[in-house]
Every structure is written in C-alpha cells, then in structure tokens.
Design a protein around this ligand. Sequence first.
Ligand code: ATP
Ligand code: MG
Length: 324
Amino acid sequence: MRILSGVQPSGGGGAHIGNYFGAIRQHVELQARGQGIYFIADYHSMTSVRDAAQRRELVRELALDYLASGLDPRRSILYRQSDLPETCELAWLLTTVTPMGLLQRATSFKEKSAAGLQPDHGLFAYPVLQAADILQFQPDLVPVGLDQKQHIEMARDIAQKFNQTYGSEVFRLPEAHILEDVAVVPGIDGRKMSKSYGNTLPMFGPEKQLRKAVMAIVTDSTPVAQAKETRQTLFQLWSLFATQDEREELFARARAGGLGYGEVKQDLAERLLRFFAPMRALRADLARRPDEIEDVLRQGAGRARELALATWTAAREAAGLGAR
Ligand code: ATP
Ligand code: MG
C-alpha cells in the first residue's frame, strides 16, 4: 500500500499539535502498513513565506519535527517538494483541465482570504499543485486532517477530468483518510489551529512560551463555582492528552461546578510537555547533526522520483507533449 501526505513549512513556530494529532501521528503509525511518502511542501509555503533564508530554515525545522515524531527514513520517504520540480510541470497539465468554478468553491482559500491573508494566484491555484503532489504517486491512501478533505475531493475531480479529457487512465482516484475524533484541533483562539493564524501550540515550542500560550486559551467567563460547558476549546485540547477515564472524571467535575479554568490550563501544560518530552529530546539530538537531515531529504527525493517517473511520463504522453 502506498501512503502519501505532506505538511507546509509555513512558520508560526513549527509543527503544532493540530498537525501532530491530525496528520503526523497517523503518518508515523501508517509506516507499519505500507510505503509512506511524506513531503515538506516548500512550494506551497511560497503563498505565505516570502523570505528565502527563512524558508530553508523552516524546511530544516519541519524535517526535524517529522523525524523526532518517529518518522523512520529507512522505511518511509521524506522529501522536500521542490526537489521534484516535475511536480510543477504536472500541475500545469492539471491546471489546464481544472474548471475555475471548482477552485472558487475551495473553503480553505475563502477562509484564508477572510482571515486577512492577501490572496495571490498561487493560493487560489494551490489545490491543483496539491493534486499533482498526490496524483503523481498513485497513492492508495492520503491521511490528512478534516480541513484537507475538500482538497482531496478536488484532486479526485481533477484526476477524473484529465483522464476523461485525454481518454486515458493516467491517474487513479485518491482517497482521504481522516481520523474523526481529532479531525480538527482548535487553536488557542477557538478557530482551527493553523500556522498561518498564529494561534498554535507548537509541538516543540520553548517551555515558557508554551505555558504562556496555554494560559491564553479562550474560555467563557463562567465563575469557578458554576458548571462548565465541556464542549469548548480548552476541554477539547486537554482531552488530546487524557485517557477516556480521566476525561470522564474531569468532565464530571466541570459539570458539578468548582473547577477553575486555570487549574485545567496548568494541567494541560504539564500533560502536553510530558507527552512530547521524549520526542523533544530526540529532536535536540538530531538537531546537532544537520548533514544527516539533508541526506535524508536528498535520498528521499531520489526514491520519490523513481516512484513518480512513470506517471509523469504517462501524463506527458497522454497530453501529446514533447517528442514521441
Ligand atoms: P497553514 O496555516 O500554513 O495552512 P496548517 O497549520 O494548516 O498551516 P498544513 O501544513 O496546511 O498546516 O497542514 C498539514 C497537515 O496537518 C494536513 O494534513 C492538515 O490536514 C493537518 N492539520 C492542519 N491543521 C490542523 C488542525 N488544526 N487539526 C487537525 N489537523 C490539522
Ligand atoms: Mg493548512
């Protein structure tokens, strides 16, 4: 089985717990079930990061986040998106069969524009590049957070359109794989946790900063003595680090009244730090060997190229590009 997914090196303090529970953790677990192909989406980050040195640094940081999370480069492929420039060519082949209306319906584009991000054509067209990322590998499974469900559906539509247009079965239609219970991890302001919204709890942020961010999680103004609504951001985030029994116990205390938000926040900070502590130590160790990180990415790109080559060639052939 082939598994494909990616994360953007888009700053905001590095991979956050939404990326981890919504995507990276599954990527690591799925390594046991097939050939994982994971990429650091530096082309995609160009719609938000405009500094060359910063992009390189963010790629390195994200590679560290992935490896520290348990991605095994002997088993899985980890590559940098821009090491396969052919993906951009494929995106052009796809963009010429993509209806404008399809892209206009993309909720992620609408949300980012509404959040004040200055939309450029890249942000608008990014589902097409993402379709190329996916389709070039003919994957069986595409594990993502719920926010990406629509984009995977768009990749299916685009693949179908290309196949129909050129009367060939160049692309197989991809399937999204979404864990429902952690599908969307909320950020500290209650919106989706996103690097580009500055509302994250980074997996490996400095301890002090993390504690501060946890204390800043939005809550309502219910007094300590009164019953609390457990369907709010703070309890959702806390639950990521608790067992079912612990959750039932805390929620019962919340409903009974007398539980303060401050106490829950402090406990959440402890749990979060404890949960990521072993990965944090591994990450610090890896960070001392930057050449190894670069080797992993280079070798990953080499292996990824071998897997994508047949599809690139078939797509060009079907479209009548280049000499016969
Ligand atoms: P950006 O704000 O730049 O879009 P992001 O924080 O949304 O960054 P991405 O790189 O776009 O992160 O997404 C990487 C993976 O993490 C995707 O599979 C996505 O579905 C998942 N993901 C991102 N945010 C969340 C979240 N809040 N909850 C669950 N999964 C998430
Ligand atoms: Mg995103």
